[in-house]
Design a protein around this ligand. Structure first.
Ligand code: PEP
Ligand code: MN
Length: 352
């Protein structure tokens, strides 16, 4: 249920309403949007009468029920307003949201050594990326495949962060690593395989860094939003949804089926920002540029692209990784589409 306050409602009145509702055993949550303040009520609200709440204050504009099973993740919960995930990076805050330029995340699948991660960071930054991605802990189908360098790779990410100024995105697989990951990461990634690891979701929801929640490979959109709800319910409002392809019957030519239709669908259902990962989505570097362009045209808020200095030698996901040169070229192509849809950061001199 949400309580929509009238424009210009005094702060003291909002506090009074919250205090009153707390005495009813409710847990009101104040949500400050660009245009309106909304008070969210999640929990035992089925027996509540909206009219009774309406009477609590003349500053209440309306009281609406959120019918969806995902409450906090639903678009209605913020009365239709998109949320803005503001990530602090060494170079300054980067906002990932529907009303901001597309934020590009790039980097290797795994952090392999200092030289490659620093080189990749500097190259992707020069091309316009805002975040460096790289796995320290890797979820691999085979226990015999490279599992990531673990904690020592986090130190390498910290070095790349310092040298490049980029924000860092890296995956947590085990809650026992979370504390150490949070020291280095600007955004904590929950991978496709852990999308429904509910105890992990509660823990990433209880730490302060924004969370990138990848879609499970066989997750419906509702499963995915319910997973986001776990993080929001645990107190972390900064969740970014990342589509990375789902399993289909045909894996002959693509690794996954990249579902770009999630962009307009999620836009309707949720206020959370949307990232697309065409690298895992297709599995092949040659398909990444067209899918990245299509994602921007569809209206995504962010892109994740795997880039490796020498994809042929990569310890994981080489076939889907772009070289730094190919990434440079791609960013030039993306700029054309990004500018056309009004979602590309312009050089300072070009801002009028
Ligand atoms: C990754 O981003 O490297 C990764 C393992 O992704 P996913 O969880 O989407 O497979
Ligand atoms: Mn990968």
């Amino acid at each position: 249920m949400i309580i929509v306050m009238k424009a210009g409602s005094p702060e003291i009145e909002i506090e009074r309403i919250n205090a009153e509702l707390s005495t009813w055993g409710l847990n009101p949550e104040k949500i400050v949007g660009k245009h309106k303040v909304v008070i969210g009520l999640v929990g035992e609200t089925v027996d509540l009468d909206p009219l009774q709440i309406q009477e609590v204050s003349p500053w209440i504009e309306e009281v609406l029920r959120v019918e969806k099973p995902y409450k906090r993740a639903s678009r209605e919960y913020r009365h239709g307003e998109a949320s803005e995930v503001v990530v602090s990076t060494p170079d300054g805050p980067v906002t990932i949201s529907e009303h901001h330029p597309v934020a590009v995340v790039a980097g290797p699948c795994s952090v392999e050594n200092e030289e490659m991660i620093v080189e990749t960071a500097l190259r992707v930054k020069a091309a316009g990326a805002k975040f460096l991605r790289g796995g320290a802990y890797k979820p691999r189908t085979s226990p015999y495949a490279f599992q990531g360098h673990g904690e020592s790779a986090l130190d390498l990410l910290a070095a790349a962060r310092e040298k490049s100024g980029l924000g860092i995105i890296t995956e947590v697989m085990d809650a026992s690593d979370l504390e150490r990951i949070v020291e280095v990461a600007d955004v904590v990634q929950v991978g496709a395989r852990n999308m429904q690891n509910f105890s992990l979701l509660k823990k990433v929801g209880a730490q302060p860094k924004p969370v990138l929640l990848k879609r499970g490979m066989a997750a419906t959109i509702e499963d995915w939003l319910m997973a986001a709800e776990y993080i929001l319910a645990a107190g972390n409002p900064n969740v970014i949804l990342c589509e990375r392809g789902i399993r289909s019957f045909d894996r002959q030519f693509t690794r996954n089926l990249l579902d770009i239709s999630v962009v307009p669908v999620l836009r309707q259902l949720t206020h959370l920002p949307i990232m697309i990962d065409p690298s895992h989505g297709t599995g092949w570097a040659s398909y990444v540029p067209s899918m990245a362009m299509a994602s921007i045209a569809a209206g995504c808020d962010s892109l994740m692209i795997e880039v490796h200095p020498n994809p042929k030698k990569a310890l994981s996901d080489g076939p889907q990784s772009l070289t730094p040169d190919a990434f440079d070229q791609l960013m030039k192509e993306l700029a054309v589409i990004g500018k056309t849809v009004g979602r590309w950061e312009l050089p300072v001199a070009a801002v009028v």
